[in-house]
Write a protein that binds this ligand. Structure first.
Ligand code: PEP
Ligand code: MG
Length: 594
């Protein structure tokens, strides 16, 4: 770290969000440090005017959010629900009525009343023993921040007005702020706060804006107009770099671009090892809008459609027709490639407010996924009908999540048969040969894989959950994140056990957890003998390139050695060395960070 030179060159390290490098001038924006607020007492005659001022601010901010939503770039339209939730907060009586009551009862100015209301709401959220909900306070803060700016006459210094090629430096950017960024002008952004899976990070990825978040002190160190290098591959930000650094990073950027286009050129080639073993590479999607990216990046189908996001988006559960239209479109775009639709996996860190799950102490072990669907067969049937109807328009494979044993699978299949029977009666067409499989993501299902394999057409291993349940690591708890180890020998043995069970029963086995798109895992997964890997669409080109360079014979020989190792650390060291040997460029390009 060069922290003390006269030229004030500094290097900060944060969390890389979108892997690209930009060099440009800093533009400091003060988005979240609210202005210092003062409490003023308002005389009786002015109180109604104060309430009106607050109501005007509500209307104005509502108009701002609606306009932002309408202007959202197509690539991030699927994130519009964030603005919908801001609009709902704006209309919530907790915010509105409580602020108005405070103005009238305590005879104080609107800004101060709003600030007190925010403190009250924060208190309520802190009581909620649910990580997901308690984090939603940031949405309320974003809304109040805008209200306070509007009340103070600050037009908000709209980010969309920035018309120079700059790198935004902010304490925090809300998802709404991010949608306002003029992607033609804004070269990148860096923030003090934020994590890899925050909505802001998701937006940066969708908009393909190089970004580093979680830098902690960026706004303290960076001055407006400073020259910055933002390296979204490693998370390094260099403030006022020396010429030699600029040349170095320009060269790296060029290399990165060349490398990426060389990979992209190969993304439509089959994932076949040099000794002729072919595996399928498919994409994971959460929204219909991602299907095009899945195709563009060379996905040979959709290996996992996480359908629960449709249930979290709006108010109430979607109707059969809405689901059907959505599934049909995905299937038609992908045809003849297959689409694996996973039935509802609500619960865990994803829940809908109208269910009772939100009150559970231990949601990851609670009424999640198939358990919820079996408890609420009417909700389940609506989705099954929609999936079956869509199956008449292309190739659908249906999979049940979180199956823990045979009985649960049989119960789910009985409901599926009932829905088929209803459709028969109504003469509604569907694909009677639609394959039915399960996600193997609970250790008991691994143990029972031989038995389960006789009752399904395929397995899909969900390592995100399998690691969580096998190693007893809450996958959303940052305090135990260091123990979330894909290379744990227990996990590798489990994956192999499922693949062997599938092979013995003659059914294909795919893997759709994050491991599938991790360059360090590829050789192991090839060696174990998976038939398909399903991943974030952007990971596809590199993974295909890797498969095309690793001989199966070598992957198998390496696997034998790996299976003799006893700790995750030993496995990782071994595989890192092997991967560096075959792909020396990957580490330097920031692809081997896990
Ligand atoms: C998994 O658990 O690995 C998986 C793919 O599903 P999700 O991440 O949606 O739980
Ligand atoms: Mg899962």
């Amino acid at each position: 770290m060069k922290m003390d030179s006269v030229t004030a060159q500094k290097e900060l390290r944060g969390i890389p969000v979108y892997p690209d490098i930009v060099i440009g001038k800093a533009h400091l924006v003060d988005r979240s440090k609210a202005k210092i607020l003062y409490q003023c007492f308002v005389n009786e005659a002015q109180l109604n005017r104060e309430v009106e001022r607050f109501e005007e601010a509500l209307r104005s901010v509502e108009a701002q959010f609606i306009s932002l939503k309408n202007k959202m770039p197509d690539m991030v339209k699927d994130q519009a629900f964030i603005l919908d939730s801001h609009l709902m907060i704006l209309k919530d009586s907790m915010l509105r009525d409580s602020t108005i009551n405070k103005i009238l009862e305590e005879k104080i100015n609107a800004e101060w009343a709003l600030k007190k209301t925010l403190e009250e709401i924060r208190g309520v959220f802190e009581q909620i023993d649910d990580d997901y909900i308690s984090k939603r306070i940031s949405d309320v803060e974003n809304v109040t921040d805008r209200l306070l700016r509007t009340l103070s006459g600050d037009s908000g210094h709209s980010l969309s007005d920035i018309n120079q090629r700059v790198i935004i430096v902010a304490h925090d950017l809300s998802p709404a702020d991010t949608t306002e960024l003029n992607t033609a002008k804004v070269m990148g952004f860096i923030t003090d706060v934020g994590g890899k899976t925050s909505h802001t990070a998701i937006m940066a990825q969708a908009l393909e804006i190089p970004a580093v978040v979680g830098l902690e002190h960026a706004t303290a160190f960076v001055q407006d107009g400073d020259l910055l290098i933002v390296d979204g591959t490693s998370g390094v930000v260099v403030i006022n770099p020396e010429d030699s650094d600029i040349i170095l990073y320009q060269e790296r950027k060029l290399q990165l671009q060349k490398y990426r286009s060389s990979i992209a050129r190969m993304s439509h080639l089959p994932a076949e090892t040099p000794d002729g073993h072919r595996i399928a590479i498919t994409a994971n999607i959460e929204f219909l809008e991602e299907v095009t990216a899945a195709k563009d990046y060379g996905g040979e189908g959709i290996g996992l459609y996480r359908t629960e996001f449709l249930y979290l988006r709006g108010k109430g559960f979607p109707e059969e027709e809405e689901l059907f239209e959505d599934y049909r479109e995905v299937v038609e775009i992908m045809r003849p490639a297959p689409v694996s639709i996973r039935t509802l996996d609500l619960g865990g860190d994803k829940f809908a407010s109208e269910t009772s799950m939100s009150n559970e102490n231990n949601p990851a072990l609670g009424l999640r996924a198939i358990r919820f669907c079996l408890r609420e067969p009417e909700i389940f049937k609506v989705q099954l009908r929609a999936i079956l109807r869509a199956s008449a328009f292309g190739s659908i494979r249906l999979m049940f999540p979180m199956i823990s044993g045979l009985q649960e699978l049989l119960d789910a299949k009985i409901i599926l048969d009932e829905v088929k029977e209803d459709l028969n009666q109504e003469h509604i067409p569907y694909d009677n040969a639609m394959e039915v499989g399960i996600m193997v993501e609970i250790p008991s299902a691994v143990t029972m894989a031989e038995v389960l394999a006789r009752h399904v057409d395929f397995f899909s291993i969900g390592t995100n959950d399998l690691i969580q349940y096998a190693l007893a690591i809450d996958r959303v708890n940052e305090h135990v994140a260091y123990m979330y180890q894909p290379f744990h020998p227990a996990i590798l043995r489990m994956i192999r056990q499922v693949v062997v069970a599938g092979r013995n029963a003659g059914i294909p086995v795919s893997l759709c957890g994050e491991m599938a798109g991790d360059p360090l895992c590829i050789s192991i997964l090839l060696g174990i003998g998976l038939d398909a890997l399903s991943m974030n669409a952007r990971a596809i080109p590199l993974i295909k390139k890797m498969v095309r360079a690793i001989p199966m014979e070598q992957a198998r020989a390496d696997l034998e050695k790996i299976m003799l190792l006893n700790t995750a650390k030993e496995v990782r060291t071994f595989i890192l060395q092997q991967t560096r040997g075959i792909f020396p460029e990957l580490e330097e390009k920031g692809y081997l960070l896990n």
